[in-house]
Design a protein around this ligand. Structure first.
Ligand code: THU
Length: 131
């Protein structure tokens, strides 16, 4: 199944009672395995976990060390997720820790899919090489 379709499936499992905005992600690792994630909110708001980081946490904790691509879909609960849902700044920085500049992020845009690289989404990023 396509990465975008897997992200849509994962979105159905979002726990988002506070924002009503459900997000799904599907992350393709170098091993060929796909790890999905959904957003998981909290009554105390700040512990809320984005779908992208939920997918990465699953993959990294299973031993994955290289990543090729992630699909992200989001929208109001119960509505179609056909407008782009770009990763938040925290997720971009999180990805930067584990992914190369040519890692790709896929978004739904109507019936088509837009692809951007992490370099495009997070230019001039802070990283380990600066320390
Ligand atoms: N959200 C994500 O899951 N990923 C993002 O990159 C942006 C925001 C979630 C967090 C929160 O549960 C809801 O969307 C509204 O901000």
């Amino acid at each position: 199944m396509k990465l975008i379709e897997l992200a849509k499936e994962a979105r159905e499992r979002a726990y988002a009672p506070y924002s009503g905005f459900s997000v799904g992600a599907a992350l393709l690792a170098g091993s060929g395995k796909v790890y999905t994630g959904c957003n998981i909110e909290n009554a105390s708001f700040s512990p809320t976990l984005c779908a992208e980081r939920a997918a990465f946490a699953k993959a990294i904790s299973e031993g994955e060390t290289s990543f090729l691509s992630i699909a992200v879909v989001g929208g109001k609960r119960g509505e179609k997720a056909d407008r782009p849902c770009p990763p938040c700044g925290v997720c971009r920085q999180f990805m930067r820790e584990f992914c190369k500049d040519d890692f790709t992020v896929l978004f739904s845009e109507g019936e088509s899919v837009r692809t951007l690289t992490l370099r495009e989404l997070l230019p001039y990023a802070f990283g380990e090489q600066m320390k």
